[in-house]
Design a binder for this molecule. Structure first.
Ligand SMILES: Nc1ncnc2c1ncn2[C@@H]1O[C@H](COP(=O)(O)OP(=O)(O)OP(=O)(O)O)[C@@H](O)[C@H]1O
Ligand SMILES: [Mg+2]
Length: 246
């Protein structure tokens, strides 16, 4: 499997506290990866570093076929290069319809100048309908996003990210606040998305991680503590000790 993202020897200190400590790991071009670890392990900081929101003190973050360094790129250049990020709280346009939210995401993909002259084509309409079906919101296209359930808003935001066709999608705690049925749909959606791109999911809910059925990276104190299947890492004594607080 070809490598899409390579993090090596990355460290980041906040006020003397090492949030990320010599972190190294790789993500393949079409891979679903779960990142777990206790509170404060550095999971969100890792995403902040990959998306350019936080700059590490040392290390390398190399991305894509051309092996570019993300550390020299702005947040918007990183997004343009195909890295999409889903924050924990959904950030959809509540007063707009589901259709319009997806349309805006498609339009924005074309860049700020093209967006000014944007006209909706039949191909775009078809694409919006496909995206809506993929995220389970086909029947909700005319509804205002503000009327959706919390889970549906999360799916809409994932759909808006998918509209931009990211090569790497980073998703931080998608299951928080979702009903069991919504969680199940979310795992299906992320598994499907990972067939054509890399998807990295941070999640505390182990049932959710089990259903993702993918390789798991356990972070602890800013480094990789263990990696492998969920069964493999949950049998690892270091992981057991960390989760039991020993
Ligand atoms: N901008 C910042 N300034 C200062 N400290 C920070 C900053 N961002 C993160 N930290 C600290 O870095 C550590 C790692 O935080 P991070 O948010 O990455 O953990 P996490 O694994 O995402 O935890 P959680 O599971 O609770 O979301 C924490 O101790 C946090 O307080
Ligand atoms: Mg976090």
């Amino acid at each position: 499997m070809s490598t899409l993202l390579e993090v090596s020897g990355v460290s980041k200190t906040f006020d003397g506290f090492k949030a990320i400590n010599n972190l190294s790991f790789q993500i393949g071009a079409q891979e679903l990866r779960a990142v777990i670890g206790p509170n404060g392990a550095g999971k969100t900081t890792f995403m902040d570093i990959v998306t350019g929101k936080t700059r590490p003190d040392e290390g390398r973050v190399i991305y894509g076929d051309k092996s570019v360094s993300l550390l020299k790129m702005s947040e918007s250049a990183i997004a343009q290069a195909g890295i999409g990020r889903k924050f924990q709280r959904p950030t959809v346009f509540e007063d707009q319809s589901v259709f319009d939210n997806l349309m805006m995401a498609l339009r924005n993909k074309r860049g700020p100048v093209a967006a000014l002259f944007y006209r909706l084509t039949d191909a775009d309409r078809a694409r919006i309908e496909t995206l809506a079906a993929d995220i389970g919101l086909a029947a909700a296209l005319p509804r205002k996003a503000g009327e959706l359930s919390h889970g549906q808003k999360q799916w809409l935001e994932i759909g808006m990210l998918l509209a931009q066709e990211p090569k790497l999608l980073l998703v931080d705690e998608p299951a928080a606040g979702m009903t069991p049925a919504e969680r199940e749909h979310t795992t299906d959606l992320l598994k499907e998305a990972a067939k054509t791109r890399a998807v990295v999911v941070v999640e505390h809910d182990m049932e959710f991680v089990r259903r993702l059925d993918c390789k798991v990276t356990v972070l602890h104190e800013g480094s990789v503590l263990a990696e492998g299947s969920l069964d493999h890492v949950t049998k690892n004594q270091d992981v057991i000790d960390v989760y039991l607080g020993r």
